[in-house]
Design a protein around this ligand. Structure first.
Ligand code: HEC
Ligand code: HEC
Length: 316
């Protein structure tokens, strides 16, 4: 009996540890297994302001996604526009041609090139993973299959693009009911029902169809609990009586980045939350992370929501 107990404790312990470490579902949205998007009507697609036309198949082409506005960005390096089949998808597929990204990936426009390169090395070397492994699996695979030169080209390209206001932060006690669908993106559910926001960030496309078409003119709204922005500002500017460290020291006076330290202003709120959480839980533990460890060590989930809300609400 005793032996059996000991054995079952040994078997159960890792399971319990995993259960306790599961990240909050709202922050790491994942479409339910087997999710089928609504069938396509086969019609050619257009977005406002672009003369181009693409089919549904072109939109999802992992090695040649749409480039709606070729005149609005510098020439894309091949790795950005096409990737390298079969193991590297075009960066533009998820981060869009301009790097603004979707809430389930990351806004990489205007990141310092050295920081950008370092992150790809961290993914490649096993130092950066998401608490939800599926979320970082693609980046890890791409990084392992890119040459240093390709990494440099992608970094220089996205560093050259000026970030724009892409995420509108709105404090709200209730939010539209939503579900996670194609590409792990969250969409408003049919019927117009509302639900309490609770302690969550709910990031939705401002125009669902255009977001699905990977339109780089189609931004997002991040709903955050009432009071979050002010609470985040207090923590960010005072350190909250030793709870954390003033962010401007390293991220710059307007949080637009400083040297190789990445910008935070105007980026996706839910992305920022995930990174704070991954840094705190040690799944992201690269070379420069030591500087962030004392920043995140004592933060609660609500503190991270507040900091993410405040940073996302700043002008990029
Ligand atoms: C299939 C979707 C997808 C594609 C394609 C993709 N990425 Fe990503 N990228 C992501 C996701 C998701 C994350 C966030 C990972 C995480 O949370 O750990 C990310 C994060 C990043 C980051 C980290 C940003 C930061 O602020 O630290 C960089 C840099 C990056 N990607 C570069 C690239 C490059 C370069 C390419 C093209 C070779 C590329 N990505 C292609 C989904 C993608
Ligand atoms: C002592 C310096 C320092 C301070 C203070 C600091 N940071 Fe950072 N932060 C960094 C560095 C360096 C990185 C990049 C880590 C890496 O290379 O992986 C970073 C990365 C981040 C990231 C991930 C960004 C991305 O693109 O993935 C977030 C989010 C972040 N910091 C938020 C904050 C917030 C919020 C505060 C204030 C409460 C703060 N930081 C204070 C140095 C600092």
């Amino acid at each position: 009996m005793k032996k059996w107990l000991a054995a079952s404790v040994l078997i159960l312990a890792p399971l319990i540890a995993i259960a306790a470490e599961a990240p909050p579902e709202w922050a790491y949205p994942a479409a339910p297994p087997g999710y089928q998007p609504p069938p396509d009507n086969g019609q050619p697609k257009k977005v406002p302001g672009s003369t181009k036309t693409y089919t549904e198949k072109d939109i999802g082409n992992g090695n040649g996604p749409p480039d709606w506005f070729p005149d609005e960005h510098p020439a894309m390096p091949d790795i950005v526009a096409h990737g390298k089949a079969p193991n590297v998808n075009a960066c533009a597929l998820c981060h869009l041609t301009m790097g603004y990204g979707h809430p389930e990936s990351a806004n990489i426009a205007g990141l310092p090139a050295a920081y950008f390169e370092e992150q790809l090395h961290e993914f490649r070397d096993g130092n950066r993973a998401s608490m939800l492994p599926g979320r970082s699996a693609n980046m890890i695979r791409f990084a392992k299959n890119m040459t240093d030169d390709e990494i440099k080209q992608a970094a220089a390209y996205f560093a050259s693009i000026k970030p724009v206001a892409w995420t509108k932060v709105v404090e709200a006690a209730t939010v539209p009911k939503s579900f996670v669908g194609e590409g792990n993106m969250r969409f408003v559910a049919e019927g117009g029902a509302k639900e309490p926001i609770g302690q969550r960030i709910i990031e939705l496309p401002q125009d669902e169809e255009r977001a699905k078409l990977r339109d780089p003119h189609s931004p997002f709204v991040a709903y955050v609990p009432p009071g979050s922005i002010k609470a985040g500002e207090t923590l960010a500017t005072t350190g909250g009586n030793g709870k954390t460290i003033q962010c401007a020291v390293c991220h710059g006076p307007d949080y637009k980045g400083l040297g190789n330290v990445p910008p935070l202003a105007g980026r996706s709120a839910i992305y920022l939350y995930r990174q704070l959480n991954d840094l705190q839980h040690g799944t992201r533990h690269g070379n420069s992370v030591a500087l962030m460890q004392p920043v995140v060590a004592k933060l609660t989930s609500d503190d991270m929501i507040a900091l993410a809300a405040f940073m996302a609400s700043r002008t990029p």
